[in-house]
Design a protein around this ligand. Structure first.
Ligand code: PGA
Length: 249
């Protein structure tokens, strides 16, 4: 049985004070549920307060991006060893906002996965099609190409550690959610692609999340689907009560 991982993506929200306050409030109302793991992916400057704030709760902390070199003349970037020093457990890679606004490609995503995995930081790899691609009916081809390119040269043993977040770009921050059936269909399709690459046993172990306008009202339907092993939650992860309702799906 795969566990469920529900991860919040704070994006470029929360300063140090509000991140601290969030952790304080969250701890007061959160009761751990078996088989459900939680994580919050904070902006770089808020990682340390998030680590301190959630210490001892079993709640993990993640970054939202990293560079693929250990160090160097890359002004404005943060490396995997720097993240490891802070003790983050996860790192989002290839979010559609990075692919769209910061020239992230499958090639850089692949390099980042290859840095994170040996460092023991679990990647949350985002894949997903844009609206025009879904309307043209090529969403499976698009997502398959992303998965194949992103996993190039990664061993089966390492592949099991990657969390895949299927995030249809048209559903992110728009209030438009994929139906639970659409989300399940694509997550099952992704598992099929992994089975082609690594065999069925490995594919069965990989966590595949859905992301895109997940909220308390739709969490239960989505999270009870057989191939959906959690959610990557943007907007609804900024408010403790909302996120807890999702975690209690
Ligand atoms: P959203 O964002 O929940 O606000 O749609 C999801 C994401 O971008 O990871």
């Amino acid at each position: 049985m795969r566990k469920k991982l529900i991860a919040g993506n704070w994006k470029m929200y929360k300063n140090i004070a509000s991140a601290e306050k969030f952790a304080e409030e969250f701890k007061k109302i959160y009761t751990k549920r078996n088989g459900v793991e939680l994580a919050f992916c904070a902006p770089f400057l808020q990682l340390q307060v998030a680590k301190a704030g959630f210490a001892g709760t079993g709640i993990a902390v993640g970054a939202q991006n990293c560079h693929f070199e250990d160090e160097g003349a890359f002004t404005g970037e943060i490396s995997v060893p720097m993240l490891a020093e802070v003790g983050v457990e996860y790192c989002i890679v290839g979010h559609s906002e990075r692919r769209q606004y910061f020239a992230e490609t499958d090639e850089t995503v692949n390099k980042k996965l290859k840095k994170l995995l040996p460092a023991g930081i679990l990647p949350i790899l985002c894949v997903g099609e844009v609206l025009e691609q879904r309307e043209a009916g090529v969403q499976e081809e698009v997502v398959k190409n992303q998965v194949v390119a992103d996993f190039a040269g990664i061993s089966a043993e390492d592949a099991k550690k990657v969390v895949i977040a299927y995030e249809p770009v048209w559903a992110i921050g728009t209030g438009k959610t994929a139906t639970a059936a659409q989300a399940q269909e694509m997550c099952a399709f992704i598992r099929g692609v992994l089975a082609e690459l690594y065999g069925k046993d490995t594919a069965e172990e990989v966590l595949i999340q859905y992301g895109g306008s997940v909220k308390p009202e739709n969490a239960s339907e989505i999270l009870n689907m057989p191939d959906i092993d959690g959610a990557l939650v943007g907007g609804a992860s900024l408010v403790p009560e909302k996120f807890i309702k999702i975690a209690e799906f």
